[in-house]
Ligand binder design. Structure first.
Ligand SMILES: Cc1cc2nc3c(=O)[nH]c(=O)nc-3n(C[C@H](O)[C@H](O)[C@H](O)COP(=O)(O)OP(=O)(O)OC[C@H]3O[C@@H](n4cnc5c(N)ncnc54)[C@H](O)[C@@H]3O)c2cc1C
Length: 376
């Protein structure tokens, strides 16, 4: 595999670099909601400049660029420490799922507004008794005139309080497991939808509970076929995982630079144990970068494969190990401080849970990549 950028790719990289230099929005606010608004404004700026949906086809409002160019763009965003766009779930999951499985009407209705940030999306999959075992969701969809009535509860739904649309998985029949679920796009702004914030270990309320009490979804907002929601949900998760992990090697490398400074500041640069832990982090970051490129080289058109789980597991454990080292290096001071590293340490705890736990990713790799016998 040749990792050298072509002259056109180098030109594209330089163009992005120069644009980011000119248009970087400056430091992000700390407050969660202000931060979200800041990222929404940034998404609009990206969109106006033609940089939202780099690899989305032109007919859907994207730039029609290659996946390599998308990766170059992601790396430049991280290098410039630019914020992530606000409608992240729409961009990495909602949009790709509509493109892959939606009707032409759905593509016209939803895609452009995901890119512009005019309509924000959330993902209503997990329930109190259905997280890893997603197929056991209990939220019901009952037939109604022209559509469906939804009743039940979702949990841990990131950005539900800001979303217009929810990718919703609900039980639509009493048929066999995996053949009784339908994938809906549910309007969050209606009677029958109640969103309650949940407070996270970081103190933020980025995610929520959602209660559906007879919420209506018209037939035209079913993605794929009725009772075939399981396959669409799997496709959604395949889009999510590499999206979470891929550009992160560079982000971690930048943070490792900060960590090296912290180690020196605390006079620990000659400490053998700290050096060993730090060296290990550097090596693991490099393997994430190379695995990310391997995934990119393999990704043809269409849905990414289960290999995305490799990068997801590596990223989660590396980010946790890095923040733990930063914490250990600071000693008691870390506990007192309200520092960036304290925030990162706490936020990293979720990395091995969100987007599917590390145990579940290992099961996917065992069964679908290594072809080992199924657990059940
Ligand atoms: C920050 C954050 C944001 C999130 N955002 C969203 C969102 O926007 N939308 C959404 O739908 N969900 C979201 N989630 C939920 C997330 O997808 C679930 O938490 C996750 O899938 C695990 O489900 P659970 O919490 O029910 O844990 P459980 O499934 O109950 O798992 C508990 C433990 O058992 C282990 N386990 C379970 N089954 C197996 C098995 N078969 N083999 C081995 N070990 C197993 C798990 O690995 C875990 O350690 C978010 C979670 C977090 C932390």
């Amino acid at each position: 595999m040749d990792l050298t950028l072509s002259p056109e790719e180098l030109r594209f990289r330089d163009e992005i670099r120069a644009w980011l230099d000119q248009n970087h929005p400056g430091p992000a606010p700390q407050d969660t909601e202000q931060n979200f608004d800041f990222r929404l404004a940034w998404q609009r700026t990206l969109h106006e400049a033609g940089y939202a949906g780099i690899a989305w086809p032109r007919e859907y409002g994207g730039r029609g660029a290659t996946l390599v160019e998308q990766a170059i763009f992601n790396e430049e965003m991280v290098r410039a420490r630019a914020p992530a766009p606000a409608n992240i779930l729409g961009l990495i999951m909602g949009g790709p799922v509509v493109m892959a499985h939606g009707t032409d009407d759905q593509k016209r209705r939803f895609l452009a507004r995901i890119l512009s940030g005019d309509e924000l999306w959330c993902q209503g999959f997990s329930e109190p008794d259905a997280g890893s075992d997603l197929a056991s969701v209990r939220t019901r969809a009952e037939r109604a005139e022209g559509g469906w009535r939804i009743s039940g509860q979702k949990v841990w739904t990131s950005y539900a309080h800001r979303a217009k649309w929810c990718m919703l998985l609900a039980r639509s029949s009493d048929g066999a497991r995996y053949r009784n679920l339908t994938y809906f796009i549910c309007d969050m702004r209606q009677d029958g939808v109640t969103v309650r914030p949940l407070r996270q270990i970081t103190g933020e309320s980025e995610f929520n509970e959602i209660f559906f009490d007879g919420a209506f979804v018209p037939d035209e907002n079913v993605i794929g076929s009725v009772d075939d929601g399981w396959n669409i949900a799997l496709a959604t998760l395949m889009f999510e995982r590499p999206g979470l992990g891929a550009a992160s090697a560079l982000a971690i490398r930048l943070q490792l630079g900060e960590l090296a400074g912290l180690i020196r500041q605390n006079g620990l640069d000659d400490d053998a144990s700290v050096r060993r832990r730090f060296a290990r982090l550097v090596v693991e970051t490099e393997t994430i970068r190379l695995n990310g490129y391997r995934g990119l080289a393999r990704a043809g058109e269409g849905v990414p494969g289960p290999e995305g789980s490799i990068v997801k597991i590596q990223w989660a454990s590396l980010n946790q190990a890095m923040t733990e080292l930063a914490f250990d290096v600071q000693g008691g001071a870390a506990l007192e401080s309200d520092s960036t590293w304290a925030y990162r340490l706490l936020r990293a705890r979720a990395n091995s849970i969100e987007g599917g736990t590390s145990e579940i990713q290992r099961n996917i790799l065992a069964e679908r990549v290594l072809q080992l016998p199924r657990l059940r």
